[in-house]
Design a protein around this ligand. Structure first.
Ligand code: MF3
Ligand code: CO
Ligand code: CO
Length: 267
């Protein structure tokens, strides 16, 4: 499928879907504490989506070609899990854990909103705090590149440069993606690249920026459940994700809500 330019109606609907996805993260925030299981976080988010919002969790039974159906409503990626961690009643968060909660909702009108945040529980290590902060800055540096006439490579380069300057590495096997009435569509948003390379951005495109940054090497290892992706060297990994609209002047971040951490606006 080709890259779609969203209509004004699509954009209005995507603003709603994306705000709702972010509001699931607002809702779950006070529950992300030492002693809670990732399975419980999944149940709470699932119920909030279905009962309070009237949305549906996009991950549940999601099955790209060559994958098993994803068994839960959200992704919970703890410590050395890069992405697609499967919630589990036996995985109880302990002091020092860092978890990414990745939420994708589908509205009754059929639009997808996709966003994730990092949460640190108890007493995080200095490394964990720094990796989480640098990754957050990477996401915002990528977002700051978004404008008509800029290129996908500008986004990737800004992200890669910041991560690597800090001594960290960018995961290459997973990337951001176009989104709308489907979960994952063209274009792919690589979190590394060369300035001016790859596709030119046009107003009306909507895509995610979701850098995965490892404290150690970039290599990955997929677990036997066929979903959970870990760092091969067992180093910590962090990720943040927003869904972004290309506007006539620059960008609009769609996955913002009352509880979103303040934007990092690079100077
Ligand atoms: N939300 C993830 C993304 O950012 C995709 C998760 S797919 C799942 O693209 F099946 F693992 F949930
Ligand atoms: Co995404
Ligand atoms: Co996501």
């Amino acid at each position: 499928m080709q890259v779609t330019i969203k209509t004004p109606e699509d954009i209005a609907q995507m603003r709603i879907a994306c705000r709702l996805a972010s509001e699931v993260l607002d809702y779950i925030t006070p529950f992300v504490k030492v002693g809670v299981s990732t399975g419980e976080l999944d149940r709470l988010c699932h119920e909030y989506m279905v009962r309070v919002q009237g949305t549906v969790p996009a991950p549940l039974n999601y099955q790209p070609p060559g994958y098993l159906p994803y068994p839960k409503a959200i992704c919970t990626s703890v410590n050395d899990v890069i992405c697609h961690g499967i919630p589990d009643d036996k995985r109880i968060l302990k002091s020092g854990d860092a978890v990414n909660l990745d939420i994708t909702v589908i509205t009754p009108e059929g639009y997808y909103g996709d966003t994730s945040r990092m949460f640190m529980v108890g007493e995080p290590s200095i490394l964990c705090k720094r990796l989480t902060q640098i990754t957050y800055e990477c996401m915002w540096l990528g977002i700051a590149q978004v404008a008509p006439g800029k290129h996908l490579g500008d986004i990737g380069h800004a992200i890669q440069k910041h991560a690597e300057t800090a001594g960290y590495s960018i995961v290459r096997e997973y990337c951001g993606h176009g989104i709308g009435k489907t979960f994952h569509e063209e274009p792919q948003i690589l979190h590394y690249g060369r300035p001016g390379s790859s596709m030119e951005l046009k107003a009306g495109m909507i895509f995610t920026i979701e850098p995965m940054v490892n404290a150690g090497k970039r290599d990955i290892r997929t677990m036997p459940d066929q979903w959970t992706v870990k760092t091969r060297d067992r180093s910590l990994s962090a990720q943040w994700e927003h869904t972004v609209l290309v506007t006539e002047n620059g960008y609009e971040v769609l996955t913002l809500s009352a509880g979103s951490p303040p934007p990092h606006r690079p100077r």
